[in-house]
Design a protein around this ligand. Structure first.
Ligand code: LMR
Length: 353
């Protein structure tokens, strides 16, 4: 009897040892460098998730397309081979979630305030609901930043793009955007862009500065135009079955970890992009050109028709929803400005500034 209870004790101990040694593993795959806003936030999430769940969850981050390229990673997530990703919005179109391409529309977001209000409001909710039908759960929206154009030729005027082969992400909106400029779009996985530029398979591309610099594209692109013509951001997604199957307390802690990681990510994104631009300038391999106001107006004029072209695909209401938020934010910003001005400031005083 005594032997029996000793045996039982040993068995129980080894079972709990197995439980302790067997954490829930979240494979988090992404395609960019670790020292980008997404790369750093993935690491932050890992730290917070492991800390908050006291080791019950282990997060393995695989950067730089180490595990999967763009399209493959979404398929792998649906199959459950990885549990978490943060693809850019442009990557959801090919899986049938075309509404995400609203974020690719050129010049739709006047600033980051409008963008965040869109992500965090009804539009964001609608997009996440769409993912449910694809076996995914949306957890958060992360920033990268506004995109700039690069190539081996200067790009000041719309006519400069004529006949230029430009790499794009897999988005029909981006395809139309490049065509509206007179360029020839070519969709390609992010991991292939550097060598495609190096070998002249494509002439140029578009990116936020953090991606441009960390992928060393400045080594193979002579010109960078600061155009801020479009936005690149991410939806952090998990496999729905995996997420729903987690113990409630674990899911709660992971949700809290994601909330903190998201705040961190949104705080560093702009700064990372600004610093990347400084590094590009310092490297002196690429000439950086900032569009003048009138050149920017000409780009806008050429690109705005793309919005109308995609009303039926993205949804007229969804696009209108973004316009409405933009005009609401503009009103609020104007009211703030008026408040800031001293009441007794005369019109002639203002003119002197
Ligand atoms: C791209 O393919 O250009 C981007 O989506 C890469 C990324 O994830 O930032």
């Amino acid at each position: 009897m005594k032997n029996m209870s000793v045996l039982l004790g040993v068995l129980l101990l080894s079972c709990s040892a197995i439980t302790l040694a067997d954490p829930i593993v979240i494979k988090f795959s992404h395609v960019v460098a670790p020292d980008t806003p997404k790369g750093r936030a993935a690491e932050k999430f890992k730290l917070l998730a492991e800390e908050k769940t006291k080791g019950q969850v282990k997060v393995e981050v695989y950067p730089n397309s180490q595990l999967y390229k763009d399209r493959e990673e979404l398929e792998a997530l649906q199959l459950g081979s990885v549990q978490m990703l943060a693809p850019s919005m442009a990557k959801f179109g090919p899986m049938g979630a075309r509404e995400f391409e609203v974020f690719d529309l050129p010049y739709i977001f006047p600033d980051i305030t409008v963008l965040h209000r869109v992500m965090d409001g009804e539009v964001g909710k609608k997009l996440f609901a769409k993912l449910d039908t694809k076996g995914l759960t949306g957890l958060a929206f992360w920033d990268n930043g506004f995109k700039q154009m690069s190539s081996n030729r200067p790009m000041h005027n719309v006519s400069d793009f004529k006949g230029m082969k430009m790499r794009i992400q897999s988005s029909k909106v981006l395809d139309a955007q490049m065509k509206a400029l007179g360029a020839i779009p070519q969709s390609m996985a992010f991991s292939e862009v550097y060598s495609a530029l190096q070998q002249g398979v494509v002439d140029g591309t578009e990116n936020p500065n953090s991606n441009f610099y960390t992928q060393k594209m400045n080594e193979v692109q002579k010109h960078l135009t600061i155009s801020n013509h479009g936005y690149l951001g991410y939806a952090v997604v998990v496999n729905k079955k995996f997420w729903d199957g987690l113990p409630v307390d674990v899911r709660k802690e992971l949700t809290a970890a994601m909330k903190e990681a998201t705040e961190f990510e949104r705080n560093i994104a702009q700064k990372d992009n600004d610093e990347a631009l400084e590094k590009v300038r310092a490297a002196k391999t690429t000439e950086v050109y900032v569009l003048t106001e009138s050149e920017r107006e000409a780009w806008r004029k050429a690109l705005l028709p793309v919005h109308g072209e995609f009303e039926s695909v993205i949804g007229k209401d969804l696009i209108q929803g973004v316009y409405d938020i933009a005009s609401q934010v503009a009103k609020e910003q104007a009211a703030q400005e008026t408040k800031k001005k001293p009441a007794n400031q005369s019109h002639s005083d203002k003119k002197k500034q």
